[in-house]
Design a protein around this ligand. Sequence first.
Ligand code: NAD
Ligand code: IPM
Ligand code: MN
Length: 367
Amino acid sequence: MSNPSVLILPGDGIGQEVMAEVRKIITWFGDKRGLNFDVSEDLVGGAAYDKHGVPLADETMAKAQEADAVLLGAVGGPKYDDLDFSVKPERGLLRLRKEMDLYSNLRPAQCFDALADFSSLKKELVAGLDIMIVRELTSGVYFGEPRGIFEEGNERVGINTQRYTESEIERAARSAFELAMRRNKKLCSMEKANVMESGILWREVVTEVAKDYPEVELSHMYADNGAMQLVRAPKQFDVILTDNLFGDILSDCAAMLTGSLGMLPSASLGAPMENGRPKALYEPVHGSAPDITGQGKANPCACILSFAMALRYSFDQGDEATRLEQAVEKVLADGVRTGDLMQSDGGTPVSTSEMGDAVVAALEASL
Ligand code: NAD
Ligand code: IPM
Ligand code: MN
């Protein structure tokens, strides 16, 4: 049997730097755990635009459709700010999500004990935190029509449309309930049913889906209150289900509960393919971080932990995923940290590459 295939799309800025560390981890799993992958690499975002004039070439899209898993770094950067909207780096990532139909975006926010002091919240509020945000990823205001900038009388109007069908809500909700069943059986759905019709429908459909999961305790919250509750008492949540835009914002917010945006991984999953695996793309929640690009300062943990999610959700290697997560935790507990996780008063940060080496060393020590 051939090895499972992994397509690596490092993208732009620190995406390339953090992905280099993931490559070391992939090599280690091949050498030491007999987990071999057919790895190929291609371009996305600004890097693809520079070569092809588009942020995702059709051939790359086709490769992504075929791959057992796609690993993406990050896209975007100031160099591309003035490009036409249709070829901006971010459009490449959105095309991947849409055409692979990756409707369920899992964004876990876990606060490792060693980092409880680094959150912008008090330690006792975040210590032991383990929540999972499920963000609908292929619809809503990101993709709704009509959209555009139009002339209206003597001025212009910018339009985006929040649009959700029942089936789009239902499949995202099912994925969240399934996750809740494997966790603490608590699900909080966030929308704004008080001001948006799409929110009313969202709440109705989620309530209907809940009938198939009687063991799961379902609650509903307006998303603005949800944002407040996330920073007031985040440990009240287990699984949070929300739409594309609210999920984007709430997950960045949740990132700071864990200490740094450089810690947050994600998995974007579609429906199961014939082989039973979901179509899948794994990426850190953070972006290309132009302010620190090229300085060896980026924290590779979010990207490394995204690969751990790939081991778990695409390759049925839950134990090896846990091994990798524990290796990251061990390195942090030993005080090895990149600059985003340093207190202002002390310690010398390690570089991106030193952090990756430390994780490999911790993996080695786990044998
Ligand atoms: P960003 O996530 O790139 O950076 C926000 C802040 O967090 C910066 O100060 C950055 O230095 C810091 N940061 C982010 N990741 C880090 C890491 N791994 N280690 C240490 N520090 C880290 O967000 P932004 O500045 O708003 O966006 C920059 C570009 O990235 C934009 O073009 C945006 O569209 C794009 N973006 C892409 C993705 C993606 O590819 N999935 C996600 C978000 C933003
Ligand atoms: C994210 C990013 C993306 C989004 C951008 C880069 C398209 O912010 O993955 O969180 O808005 O979804
Ligand atoms: Mn975002």
